[in-house]
Design a protein around this ligand. Structure first.
Ligand code: 5GP
Length: 400
């Protein structure tokens, strides 16, 4: 990748300017590995390539889901362990999301059952400060110390939680339990979206705990390295093998399994309803095939279309928007082995149900669904908050 001067160097990565594009940076991940705030340090040939692959595949997935990240492209084999990112002003915090009791949480709270599931997820903030072992910080203190605004703290919690749920879904599909994860945030430094919060830094096998089959003894993440009693060549080869397995599995994270929705409008020309559902499907990136057909007037056409579509598309859902004409739904349902959903109600709801079905096997659609639901929830909360704006204080209490 074309890069300019080095501008910063961390324990496992180097940042460079990107010539001619001041709003971009190049991040290079190195072969270094460290633990205990740098107390243990090693190098594993090829670790930088695996870390860059893991990071870029994770960010690709999060971008596809609609979460804002700094990642633009790169990180694959031909990219020399480098990725192109938006330049950010980093917020000096580590945001940890926990789904299972482990690590420092278990150490700090001996009463908690190690390995116990955490619902709701627990969010913790730590200040980036190796010399003081990254001390934990309360959300209030982040605001009072001017590290981030209250709105940014709540946005970071929400985005970190969403990223965790998306990654947990991707890992669950591979029978791996995501125990916890650490992310960092930056504010876009210049250009489009200047000042807005994005997931930044790297998200690789050093930044989470993952337990295949939910078994801690099968862990594949950096904890393998942290736990080593002796750091010798053989031990580092075992660590590398775990990182290789992870990069390989994460390779499948941003892969969408394309699905199609065939919408059938019923008698009385339901084309407008069909269009509304197709549009609602668009927010999940789901392609739609549109038809108007009637069980009573064109039954042969309904059956022929269903057979044709069944024979053509590998992952297909039907939506019958028949405006109360139950015969169309029944006819489609008996003609196909694919699910047939009811499209008579709200178009957004029909699209959401389609997305949820595909999300069972597709993490990108899972993430998009999660974001749509989160936005819908926050719209309700905002509307409620607007109705409950604190009343101005009565004059007599202000003077008391
Ligand atoms: P804990 O607080 O239990 O040690 O760590 C919680 C999670 O954050 C774990 O997934 C751990 O890997 C990650 N984490 C904590 N500190 C760091 C750090 O300095 N760098 C990276 N990459 N991950 C960290």
């Amino acid at each position: 990748m074309n890069k300019g001067i080095e501008i910063a160097r961390g324990k496992t990565k180097i940042l460079y300017e990107h010539p001619g594009q001041p709003e971009m940076l190049v991040v290079k991940q190195t072969d270094r590995l460290s633990a205990g705030d740098g107390a243990r340090r090693s190098e594993i040939a090829g670790k930088g390539r695996l870390a860059a692959q893991t990071t870029s595949r994770v960010f690709r997935l999060l971008n596809l889901c609609g979460l804002p990240t700094h990642f633009v492209n790169g990180g694959e084999d031909d990219d020399d362990n480098e990725m192109l990112v938006r330049r950010c002003n980093m917020i000096p915090l580590e945001v940890v999301v926990r789904g299972v009791v482990a690590g420092s949480l278990a150490r700090r709270n001996p009463g908690l059952q190690r390995g116990g599931l955490l619902i709701p997820r627990m969010i913790e903030f730590f200040v980036k400060d190796d010399a003081n072992h990254d001390p934990q910080i309360a959300p209030d203190a982040i605001v009072s110390q001017g590290i981030a605004s209250a709105a940014e703290v709540s946005a970071m919690s929400e985005m970190a939680r969403l990223a965790f749920e998306i990654l947990a879904h991707a890992w669950r599909r591979r029978d791996v339990l995501l125990v916890d994860s650490k992310v960092e945030f930056g504010r876009i430094a210049s250009g489009d979206g200047k000042g807005s919060l994005v997931l930044a830094d790297v998200i690789d096998n050093d930044a989470w705990r993952i337990w295949p089959q939910g078994r801690e003894d099968r862990m594949l993440d950096k904890q393998v390295y942290r736990n080593l009693e002796t750091v010798d060549e053989e031990a580092l080869a075992r660590v590398k093998s775990a990182y290789e397995q992870v990069a390989e599995m994460v390779g499948g994270f941003p892969v969408m399994r394309s699905g199609t929705v065939a919408i059938f409008g019923g008698d009385g020309d339901q084309s407008e309803r069909v269009e509304r559902i197709a549009q609602a499907l668009g927010q999940y990136g789901l392609p739609a095939i549109r038809h108007v057909a009637s069980a009573s007037k064109t039954p042969g056409y309904v059956l022929q279309l269903a057979q044709q579509h069944d024979a053509t598309f590998p992952r297909l859902l039907y939506v019958a928007a028949s405006a109360g004409d139950a015969a169309l739904h029944a006819m489609l349902s008996s003609a196909t082995t694919n699910p047939v959903l009811n499209g008579d109600g709200d178009a957004d709801e029909a699209a959401l149900q389609c997305a949820k079905i595909f999300a069972l096997e597709d993490t990108v659609l899972f993430g998009r669904t999660l974001l749509v639901q989160t936005n819908a929830r926050s719209a309700v909360l905002h509307a409620d908050a607007a109705l409950n704006v604190p009343l101005p204080m009565p004059l007599n209490s202000q003077t008391a």
